[in-house]
Ligand binder design. Structure first.
Ligand code: SF4
Ligand code: SF4
Length: 229
């Protein structure tokens, strides 16, 4: 093992044991140390310019639906939507690692959201899906719905929806990319769970090997969710 990496692992383990002692977490060696990125930018007021840019971007996407012919919102036209709940009678598999991954993202604070700007990775396909899901709603109402969810303050130099406690959009309004993206940190958690059966994690958010935050997390039992209509 590379000496530098070995030293980093030892530092992580010592950090875990110290945090466990502080938080009275027993048997800390159960918790596998894993690292995720960190986002610790300041919160700043969202300007009217940014709101206007978002509005313009959303109308452009809706316009692209019409011009590309994707306004034919038949089931075939929306098969790119990865939301499985759109399939009638679908049994939605519950991700056993969901609680741990959510804890990891909360510890990180949304590093990957920093590229979201005023587009939030939305695209015409997503707009078509939302219009399809709300057949009695006008495009302008969809745009206003997004605008109404912009927080008063958001993380500096990040997505316009990147609020103090995370994304201000409900899952169904986020882009497919936002709903599916997993960074290397999350991938390492999945890999550890798969390879060694790890189900307790000590999650550390770090930047340049400096620790910014941590959280103890464990896999939680969840019931399978069944869609009946
Ligand atoms: S996916 Fe990774 S970078 Fe994005 S919020 Fe979660 S831990 Fe942070
Ligand atoms: S829409 Fe939400 S999840 Fe997506 S980049 Fe913006 S803040 Fe992050």
């Amino acid at each position: 093992m590379d000496e530098k990496f070995k030293h980093f692992r030892e530092t992580l383990t010592a950090y875990r044991d110290s945090a466990a002692a502080d938080q009275v977490v027993e048997n800390s060696s159960r918790f596998l140390p894993v690292c995720v990125p960190t986002c610790r930018t300041e919160l700043v007021a969202v300007t009217d310019e940014r709101r206007n840019a978002l509005r313009a971007n959303l109308f452009t996407l809706i316009d692209q639906i019409d011009r590309s012919g994707a306004s034919d919102r038949s089931p075939q036209a929306t098969t790119g939507d990865s939301n499985p709940s759109r399939e009638p009678g679908h049994v939605r598999p519950v991700d056993p690692l969901a609680s741990v991954l959510a804890a990891a993202c909360a510890t990180c604070g949304g590093y990957c959201c920093q590229q979201g700007a005023e587009h939030a990775f939305l695209n015409a396909e997503k707009m078509a899906t939302i219009l399809d899901d709300r057949p009695n709603t006008e495009p302008v109402d969809i745009v206003n719905d997004y605008l109404n969810r912009v927080p008063n303050t958001a993380h500096q130099d990040s997505c316009i929806f990147h609020a103090e406690k995370g994304c201000s959009l409900p899952r169904e309004m986020r882009s497919n990319l936002c709903n599916s993206f997993e960074c290397n940190g999350l991938a390492s958690i999945r890999e550890a769970a798969k390879e060694s059966g790890a189900d307790h994690f000590f999650i550390v958010s770090s930047c340049n090997e400096q620790f910014a935050g941590h959280r103890f997390a464990e896999v939680e039992e969840m019931e399978v969710e069944v869609e009946v209509d």
